[in-house]
Design a protein around this ligand. Structure first.
Ligand SMILES: *Cc1c(COP(=O)(O)O)cnc(C)c1O
Length: 482
């Protein structure tokens, strides 16, 4: 195992990664006089070219990524991202186009945003999209703000947002930041929304229901039409968290299920690498009646030109500078167009098939609290292994020794000791089998040799960390254990 020092520890006085020819014109030190020029950065590392390249190459190898192996993080849709998307997004005309360029000069870019909007309308059955939100969570907040603006204009913003107990944590936070109180809706024994609980809680104080479909257990809310009807009957809105669109694209459309607002995660369903901190994109789609409230600006076609429309008095205003994360939208568009309608449908079909293959292969080894058939992800738990003192975190860490990234842990909250697994469509049968074999082996170890699981990982760059202090007070220097 390499013990990579800090770049400061490699540093040596006078080392350089470049050499410039001698000046052949008189030197003019006076030009910058009076300007706040930094002369010296204390302790700035001085390294040669080969040292800097090797340092960062070694560090990059210590990192796991989706180009290296399987990444079954449930709810996150960590699919392999085709390189054509990156290639096109890296075309210099896109990369260099200036966000302040007059719109006459970026007609192509505006055309891409408009085309992608039309593609998303078609895929989701919504009427309009804004690509400004920079992530799913911001999309949720914007969605809630649209609903609030609509209701406020009619005299009463209402007080409550209903959220199922299986929801992603961002749902209640977004609704709360938007000024709403949260009322939790219990799931029934199938893991879906309990209709009678919804009926009881759906009053004229409720602004919206935030629903994830398929939900975070991977179960399709088959009663969605009925659910929408109950919410609409009391004048509320149906907000759909679209993070799980990977199970639906090309097969069915939230708009047809009477959903009023949705956010998508381009960095999940529509192929942009994520997990390293972005950039992401969480576009928000709405039905016609909420369109006037969309954030500024929207893009409009006027005669033969795309223009930015700021003249929208009902809009909730600016939510993000410029056009959002434009290059992520380029990647999503390339992804959609390169697959085509048939290809997109196949994405969902294979994602669901892969997930069910994993679920059926492991159902004897890992406890499934909900046995309802699932779509693109499934949620195991550590219940069988707990008998031997082995918990979900131990299983997750042991997977690292088998070259697999751990699945999502301890979410959704309604499954104790959850291991939420989403294989996505991009994994081959061979890679799925490697994962299944590793999980079976770990379940066997939990019975026969629990210590090896509880002390994992054994093969990684660092061993098991105290995750709280690792985040709060990281130790960035390699310290040999005495
Ligand atoms: C990822 C996710 C979100 C939040 O999206 P971000 O882009 O991470 O902000 C919301 N809901 C669900 C179900 C998710 O999986």
């Amino acid at each position: 195992m390499i013990r990579e020092p800090l770049i400061f520890e490699i540093s040596g006085k006078g080392k350089r990664a470049f050499s410039l020819p001698e000046l052949d014109v008189p030197s003019r030190e006076d030009i910058l006089q009076g300007l706040p020029v930094r002369e010296n950065i204390e302790g700035f590392p001085q390294v040669s070219e080969v040292e800097i390249i090797r340092h960062f190459t070694r560090l990059s190898k210590a990192n796991y990524c989706v180009d290296e192996g399987f990444y079954p993080l449930g709810s996150c849709t960590m699919k392999y991202n085709p390189k054509i998307n990156e290639k096109i997004a890296a075309i210099s005309e896109f990369v260099l186009s200036h966000p302040y360029a007059p719109f006459d000069l970026v007609q192509g870019n505006l055309g891409i945003l408009k085309t992608t909007e039309e593609l998303m309308n078609e895929i989701t059955g919504m009427d309009a999209f804004s690509f400004l939100p920079a992530a799913g969570a911001q999309g949720e907040l914007v969605g809630m703000m649209l609903i609030r603006a609509y209701l406020e204009e009619r005299g009463n913003p209402r007080k409550i947002v209903l959220i199922p107990d299986s929801a992603h944590g961002t749902n209640p936070s977004s609704a709360h930041i938007c000024g709403y109180n949260i009322q939790e809706i219990e799931s029934n024994e199938k893991g879906t929304i309990d209709i009678s609980s919804l009926e009881q809680n759906m009053t004229e104080d409720v602004a919206a229901l935030m629903i994830t479909n398929p939900n975070t257990l991977g179960v399709f809310e088959a009663d969605i039409k009925k659910i929408s009807e109950i919410v609409h009957a009391k004048g509320g809105f149906v907000y759909m968290d679209g993070a799980n669109m990977n199970a639906l694209v090309g097969i069915c459309r939230p708009g047809d299920m009477d959903v009023d607002v949705i956010h998508l995660n381009l960095h999940k369903t529509f192929s942009t690498p994520h997990g390293g901190g972005g950039p992401g994109s969480g576009p928000v789609g709405v039905k016609r009646e909420l369109e006037p409230y969309l954030p500024l600006p929207t893009i409009k076609k006027s005669e033969d030109k795309y223009i930015l429309d700021f003249d929208r008095p009902k809009s909730i205003g600016r939510v993000r500078s410029f056009f959002g994360n434009f290059l992520v939208v380029v990647k999503a568009m390339v992804y959609i167009l390169s697959l085509g309608p048939r290809g997109l449908k196949e994405v969902s079909e294979i994602a669901v098939l892969n997930s069910n293959y994993v679920r059926k292969s492991l159902e004897k080894d890992y406890f499934l609290k909900y046995t309802t058939p699932t779509l693109h992800e499934c949620v195991f738990s550590d219940k069988f292994q707990k008998k031997h003192g082995v918990q979900n975190i131990d299983i997750a860490k042991r997977l690292i020794d088998f070259g697999v990234h751990p699945p999502t842990m301890s979410f959704p909250l309604i499954v104790q000791g959850a291991l939420m697994t989403e294989p996505t469509e991009t994994e081959s049968k061979r890679d799925l089998d490697l994962f299944i074999d590793a999980m079976k082996q770990i379940s066997k170890e939990a019975k026969e040799n629990p210590e090896i699981v509880k002390s994992a990982p054994h093969s990684s760059y660092v061993r098991r960390l105290d995750e709280t202090s690792a985040a709060r007070s990281p130790v960035l220097r390699w310290v040999e254990k005495k």
